[in-house]
Design a binder for this molecule. Structure first.
Ligand SMILES: [Zn+2]
Length: 454
């Protein structure tokens, strides 16, 4: 069992030699190192010092000097892993942070330095009802724990689980406690309360660090719905991808995905422009097109001909269903994974090329090669999965000759125009009407069509 405070240290010496050093340092009244001062408190002595090896490091050459960088790295790891930094333990010097007990580190939140491990998954079993705990935590009640076995650990757990309101009260108490002897137990407890309170109560407001960074568009053709299923936007956020961006890059914001879409069915269903372009007033006047509007239920009596937005006029069921989806509808394209992969990778490379140019010192495109590779393997993995799960087949009504015939006979009889720019409606006008308009108004209609008003 671990009792009291832990200090993690590395040495290339034999352990007993290193321990001899520690002992003589404790006995040296002039040694001001935090660790040694600790053993000179009342009720403390060398006798209460226990040692344990947590890791042995070997080097190929068997030369301990050569393994020093790695040893130091492991020392730092264990300090963070076991949470032995001041005030939770006795390690005062932390890599990349400094001497914790020095005034320079007064704002360091020690708890943040420690490694966190993900909470263990709960089983799916039934949980017993546990009545809400009554939290009566005071500085005095905690004080008795500090020097008990695993005391620091219990204090940490307790302070981490009490409601924030209680922690806040405790924090106020700790702030009002006047304790100056840095070696005392109370001093340590107050330091721990302040540290955990700082960690839990004053969490920095979560802002995505990229929020101020300018984001750029990642343009890719929306070839089919398989392309969207790859979810390239998510790939840009993957850790494995993000970590390949060189550290010195200034723009690290993930791009905004922008799809360019294939044509809607509008160009296939509307024929008003074509009709007007090919329209010859003289020929048409001399030989007006046949029409049977008079007997039709869609006849618009003031005009004497069919002018209707009613899709019932379309006899082919498949075509009617298609038109009901409106002119903005796009025919789904069959999924082509090879094409999707190429489109995405082309877009990734294109984005990388532009990205490099935005960087202040215009690095070589090679600096992003790992990024491109990481994305590529993500895309490949996803496509491999999607291949099995997504049906590649879609039906294209325009590939059905009956639909094509039905549409072309509609075009023969009617001018098919959008009801207005914004709405998704279609209007059928008997071609015969155009014969009755004057040349002047025809010019006007043509102008309106050119101006996209009709
Ligand atoms: Zn007619």
């Amino acid at each position: 069992m671990i009792i009291g405070l832990i200090y993690v240290g590395e040495t290339r010496q034999r352990l007993n030699f290193r321990m001899n050093d520690h002992r003589s340092n404790v006995n040296d009244p002039n040694n001001n190192k935090f660790l040694y001062k600790h053993f000179n408190q009342p009720d403390h002595s060398i006798v209460s010092m226990k040692v344990r090896i947590i890791e042995k490091i070997y080097h190929l050459t068997n030369d301990p000097i050569l393994s020093t960088p790695y040893r130091l790295q492991r020392e730092d790891f264990w300090i963070r892993e076991l949470g032995t930094a001041i005030p939770y333990g006795c390690n005062d010097k932390i890599d990349d942070v400094g001497i914790l007990s020095s005034p320079r580190c007064s704002t360091v939140n020690t708890l943040k330095l420690f490694n966190t491990s993900a909470r263990r998954n709960r089983s799916h079993g039934h949980r017993k009802y546990i009545p809400p705990a009554v939290h009566t935590v005071t500085i005095d009640s905690l004080l008795t724990s500090v020097q008990k076995p695993l005391g620091i650990h219990h204090i940490r757990t307790k302070l981490y689980s009490i409601p924030l309101s209680k922690l806040s009260l405790l924090f106020q108490d700790a702030k009002n406690t006047s304790v100056t002897d840095s070696r005392s137990v109370l001093y340590r407890l107050v330091a721990i309360i302040m540290d955990i309170a700082n960690h839990r109560l004053f969490k920095p407001v979560l802002t995505t660090s990229n929020s101020e960074e300018k984001r750029y568009f990642f343009k890719v053709e929306f070839a089919n719905k398989g392309l969207d299923a790859v979810n390239i936007g998510n790939i840009f956020h993957q850790k494995s991808v993000q970590k390949t961006i060189p550290d010195y890059f200034k723009n690290k914001a993930t791009p905004i995905i922008s799809y360019t879409y294939t044509k809607s069915i509008a160009s296939k269903i509307f024929n008003h422009k074509r009709v007007l372009e090919a329209f010859n007033l003289k020929d048409t006047k001399s030989k007006p097109p046949d029409c049977s509007c008079a007997s039709s239920q869609y006849n618009y009596s003031p005009a004497g001909h069919i002018i209707t937005g009613d899709l019932g006029i379309v006899t082919n069921e498949q075509l009617r269903e298609l038109l009901a989806k409106g002119p903005k509808y796009r025919i789904p394209q069959p999924i082509n994974w090879k094409k999707n992969f190429k489109l995405l990778m082309d877009a990734v490379e294109d984005y990388a090329r532009k990205w490099i140019k935005r960087e202040p010192d215009e690095p070589d495109l090679d600096t992003l090669s790992e990024w491109i590779k990481a994305i590529r393997s993500c895309i490949q993995r996803r496509i491999q999965k999607l291949r099995c799960n997504m049906s590649t087949r879609v039906s294209n009504p325009f590939k059905n000759p009956e639909v094509v015939d039905a549409l072309s006979s509609l075009h023969d009889k009617y001018v098919v125009v959008p009801a207005d720019k914004a709405s998704n409606n279609i209007v059928f006008i008997c071609k015969n009407i155009i014969c009755n308009v004057s040349l002047q108004s025809l010019k006007l209609i043509k102008l309106l069509v050119i101006l996209h008003i009709l």
